[in-house]
Write a protein that binds this ligand. Structure first.
Ligand code: DC
Length: 218
């Protein structure tokens, strides 16, 4: 059976890496839903609009046309026909994404795109509200976590230019915004398997998720 796997968790918990490996191992599609929020953030910043402006952000989310393409075994994202895969990365766009993600109008506008991708089955989808809101019937839900210190160390290793203490503060602020918002906050779904990745290798976590997926019929 080609099941749907939802992987949620805070920034730098290892969601993307684990989801990518699990999808590759099972021959499933990997869908990174953060790219949608990042896309809205990017286009607002480019237009000189404020991500905190609910009306501007909602309008932007409704009008953008997202395209996903799984070329060369990685996920490419286009917005209105333009490849934005590289441009949506980075902390500035990530912060804008987290800011636009608090607006209910933005979340509503992006919901159907995510559900359509999930409805294909054979998908590993990562985000903050996949198990709780987007795919409540996913056969397997994983909540990946790691201590704030460990997540800060991981992110710092990827972008050593920013001091560790600043990276830690940025992550704490992102956690507060993603978990504290009223609409679809980051939380552990009742039927999710909670996995703490602190001190564990990617390979260990991937094997655990694959084993769980097999139990659920993958
Ligand atoms: O996973 P990420 O860092 O690319 O996500 C960027 C922001 O997008 C994150 O801080 C909150 C928001 N987001 C969300 O609210 N819901 C999702 N399913 C995915 C991302």
């Amino acid at each position: 059976m080609r099941i749907a796997i939802a992987i949620d968790g805070p920034a730098s918990s290892g969601k993307g890496t684990v989801a990518r490996f699990v999808a590759a191992r099972l021959g499933y599609l990997y869908v990174d839903t953060g790219t949608l929020y990042r896309g809205v953030g990017l286009r607002l910043l480019r237009a000189g609009e404020d991500p905190a402006d609910a009306v501007a952000a909602g309008r932007r989310a409704e009008s953008l046309r997202f395209g996903f393409d799984w070329r060369d075994s990685s996920l490419h994202v286009s917005i209105d026909g333009e490849d934005e895969t590289q441009n949506i990365r980075g902390e500035v766009v990530g912060r804008a994404a987290s800011a636009v993600a608090v607006h209910p109008g933005v979340r509503a506008a992006l919901l159907q795109t995510q559900r359509d991708l999930g409805a294909r089955g054979g998908v590993v989808m990562d985000g903050r509200d996949i198990g709780t809101v987007v795919l409540p019937k996913a056969q397997l839900k994983i909540y990946l976590d790691a201590s704030l210190d460990e997540r800060a160390r991981r992110r710092h290793a990827e972008a050593p230019g920013v001091p560790l203490s600043a990276v830690r503060a940025q992550l704490a602020a992102r956690d507060a915004q993603d978990s504290g918002r009223e609409t679809a906050p980051l939380r552990v779904a009742d039927d999710a398997v909670y996995v703490d990745t602190t001190g564990r290798s990617v390979e260990e976590i991937v094997s655990q998720v694959i084993a769980l997926a097999r139990e659920r019929g993958a």
